[in-house]
Design a protein around this ligand. Sequence first.
Ligand SMILES: Cc1cc2nc3c(=O)[nH]c(=O)nc-3n(C[C@H](O)[C@H](O)[C@H](O)COP(=O)(O)OP(=O)(O)OC[C@H]3O[C@@H](n4cnc5c(N)ncnc54)[C@H](O)[C@@H]3O)c2cc1C
Length: 415
Amino acid sequence: MPGLDVGAFRSVLSVDPVARLADVQGMTTYEDLVAATLPYGLMPTVVPQLKTITLGGAVTGLGIESTSFRNGLPHEAVREVEVLTGAGQIVLATPDGPHADLFRAFPNSYGTLGYALRLVIELEPVKPYVHLRHLRFGDVAGLTETLGTILADRAYGGEPVDFLDGTVFDADEAYLTLGSWADTAPSTSDYTGQRIYYRSIQSRREDFLTVHDYLWRWDTDWFWCSRAFGAQNPRIRRLWPKRWLRSDVYWKLIHLEDRYHVAARIDRRRGRPEQERVVQDVEIPLGRTADFLAWFLREVPIRPFWLCPVRLRTGNHAGEPPWPLYPLRPGEDYVNVGFWSTVPVAPGARDGDANRRIEDAVATHSGHKSLYSDAYYPEDRFWSLYGGAAYRDAKRRYDPDGRLLDLYAKAVKRR
Ligand SMILES: Cc1cc2nc3c(=O)[nH]c(=O)nc-3n(C[C@H](O)[C@H](O)[C@H](O)COP(=O)(O)OP(=O)(O)OC[C@H]3O[C@@H](n4cnc5c(N)ncnc54)[C@H](O)[C@@H]3O)c2cc1C
């Protein structure tokens, strides 16, 4: 089937500082979007951590960040979206218009209903600096308890909390990082060169970053994933050009490995076990998070991993989940747990078994799993988890001839 290249749709068309709205083409990266809004003292309500994630990608595939506990997910800031549907029409989807069904089914559809060409999104005002506090916990139960209190109070130690995420280094070393807007800063740190942001969480109690550096604090080392490429070795890092300390550079290295399997061949030659890719983000209800984390720490040898609280901004839509393809419950606090690495395939196990066990544990803890990476669900279970009925209706209306892949084929069958 001939493809249609929408790659040219990558500009910010306008920023309205009074209405606090941006009119943006679908393939615009958040790096460009933030660069266009910050001069107006504004930012998107949720800025995914990696600079090259696009607005259309984050809306159709669910991004998340440290403002998600108060702003929900990127698609909840969308006022309208122009979609090129599988049927070849361009429709304007809004919350209450004639294409409201597409508006609601678009998040988590991963481009299988249509492509977002242009979106109008809400922005929020920024201050010049973010004041960070890193709270250390000796166990995850203590961390989730304090997290619950902060989510209820939106403040800690008398200071408002505007940003909130967490890092678990091990069962006895976990942190919540609280960020607060600040008009001034005694000094600011720089983690775009030799110093590494995630290491600072362990060594500092507080910190100040410019808003720009705060938004991109995770990109330089792709959280901690740059260590797989040697970029955290001080000797290599000194030689590594600063402009290449970026998540998209590591991403390209992964593509090269996927193509040529150099590391896998070296591992095999050295007699190391085969590795299974475990790259997942899952949302667990806050009340079940401590249990899930205890299970994860026991069963899955991936450290560190990331935590990010999230609560939908949108209320119930006529008693239905507002976003049927990713049915988080309105009014409920969830914690996104993100882990991105590989684990050894156990003797007698199949590649995929670790991911399957995680899928089961997520279900047991009443959670949801994002679909951007590998998924192994049987088809009937998949549709019961990801809004099968709403998806079928939207697919029938917007892609009746199946020009675009089906969500199951794309997310699970990896077609
Ligand atoms: C390795 C990896 C790391 C990630 N890390 C983070 C993270 O740190 N923070 C975070 O918030 N999220 C993260 N994500 C999730 C990410 O936000 C989603 O996967 C998002 O869909 C990626 O968008 P993209 O612009 O990079 O698109 P791509 O990766 O190019 O595409 C992702 C999917 O979206 C579809 N798509 C892309 N653009 C459009 C459009 N305009 N209209 C309709 N469909 C479209 C594509 O067809 C594809 O199915 C990560 C994903 C991966 C694979």
